[in-house]
Design a protein around this ligand. Structure first.
Ligand code: GTR
Length: 431
């Protein structure tokens, strides 16, 4: 009997320990436990060592400094105004998607010395809108035709050109790829909720492979060979596409230019953050599973590291960023400062429980540590540095965050939460 009791005790001990260790694991999402000690660069101390205490000092001193640091050491220079841009309306269909939308196809042309690179912008506006609508803009990976199986959407030319052999989820990059990525784009739901949607393929700006910064819009830019350490990266080129789309929205009377949300998933989430950080015309910025070089803190060295990303994708960041492989603590910025640049505008970071490569906890911590920039504007910030419950969005002041079940993707759940957040901040309760 005594032996029996001992056995039962040992078994219940093992059971208890395994429950405890399971709990411990679920609280250490993002390999929190393995993250080394680190100290983040100061958000509110200027390069001259002055404490930034007012919104004016932030706007005039610290914000431009931080943008310059990200441009110089992380994403590379932005093209600024050196390229001429022209917009051409190629199609307006007032009866698109079975009468649910007005579809517009706009070609934005980047022009330099007679050479042109086109960006094919697809826009849907809710058909029955009686006033300018708020709008989400995000890039797509596989061409505009991939977001919906609708024959009225022109197949994006750059995608087919740059990926002739490539198969999108078993579909070749042609007519066959219509709707291949529709699970990432709940277009009808977005329209139903009163929002417009605009998208273009990131390949239009820069095809996603390493060619020494020669293709895409790089072909129009004449950076000197000797001084190319901070050259425009692919992420900057993609972000530049988003700001160009914004240039167009300002001219379109169906769109409320004060309510444009820039959104991106994964590598395109990194670009959305960078575009939203630089370009204050975006009223709201959303990062979905953007991970390393996006929302996740680099100094945590959890999930994908700076060396991992620079090795696999040498073209995503500028060459200076490669100097920080295995030297995350020496980067003059960290990603909480990128989110700080969005202040005082609303920002939402979405993570996924199984997306450890993107370091969900590091994504959350960036938002948490962006707090001081928001505090300057008298805004509420996240109270605690502990992750909220799974599938329970946390909104505080202008900050939103969720970690949902599942892996690396942008899902219907994510979109619903982003739309709720936009409704709230755009005061659309009685829409
Ligand atoms: C991964 C990359 C991530 C992430 C992702 C994506 O391979 O390591 O940084 O951005 O790609 O864009 O899907």
């Amino acid at each position: 009997m005594g032996e029996m009791n001992k056995k039962v005790n040992v078994i219940s001990c093992i059971f208890l320990l395994s429950i405890l260790s399971f709990n411990a694991q679920s609280q250490t999402i993002g390999v929190e436990a393995k993250a080394p000690a680190y100290k983040l660069p100061e958000m509110l101390i200027s390069s001259k060592g002055e404490k930034i205490q007012t919104p004016e000092d932030w706007i005039n001193i610290r914000r431009p400094e931080i943008i310059t640091l990200f441009g110089e050491y992380v994403y590379g220079r932005f093209p600024g105004t050196c390229l001429e841009k022209k917009f051409e309306t190629v199609k307006i269909d007032s009866n698109a998607l079975c009468g649910k939308a007005v579809q517009k196809n706009i070609v934005a042309c980047f022009i330099k010395d007679g050479d042109t690179i086109p960006m094919e912008l697809l826009i849907f506006i809710p058909a029955h809108a009686t006033k300018p609508v708020p709008l989400f803009v995000g890039m797509n990976f596989y061409g505009n035709q991939s977001i919906l199986p609708d024959p009225g959407i022109p197949v994006t030319k750059s995608y087919v050109l740059n990926n002739p052999e490539y198969h999108i989820f078993n579909h070749t990059a042609t007519e066959e790829s219509r709707g291949a990525d529709s699970s990432s784009w709940p277009v009808e739901r977005i329209l139903e909720r009163g929002y417009g949607l605009a998208t273009f393929c990131y390949d239009d700006l820069d095809p996603d492979f390493d060619d020494g910064f020669k293709n895409g819009i790089h072909s129009l830019l004449d950076y000197s060979e000797k001084n190319d350490s901070n050259e425009l990266s692919s992420i900057s080129a993609w972000a530049y596409g988003l700001t160009t789309a914004m240039d167009y929205f300002e001219t379109d009377e169906r769109i409320n230019k004060n309510q444009i949300v820039v959104i991106g998933h994964s590598r395109l989430g990194k670009a959305a953050l960078w575009a939203g950080a630089i370009d204050q015309r975006f009223a709201m910025v959303i990062s979905n599973n953007s991970g390393c070089g996006g929302a996740a803190l680099s100094r945590r060295i959890a999930g994908e590291t700076v060396k991992d990303i620079n090795t696999r994708f040498p073209h995503w960041f500028c060459k200076n960023f490669h100097d920080f492989n295995d030297k995350e603590n020496e980067i003059p910025v960290d990603q909480h400062m990128l989110i700080g640049l969005i202040a005082p505008r609303p920002v939402y970071v979405g993570s996924a429980e199984q997306d450890e490569w993107a370091d969900p906890y590091g994504e959350f911590l960036s938002l948490y540590h962006a707090g001081p920039a928001y505090t300057l504007f008298g805004l509420e910030i996240l109270e605690k540095d502990t992750l909220p419950e799974i599938n329970k969005p946390l909104w505080t002041g202008k900050m939103g965050y969720h970690i949902r079940t599942g892996g690396h993707a942008i899902t219907r759940f994510d979109w619903e939460k982003y739309l709720d957040f936009a409704d709230y901040h755009f005061d659309r309760k009685d829409k």
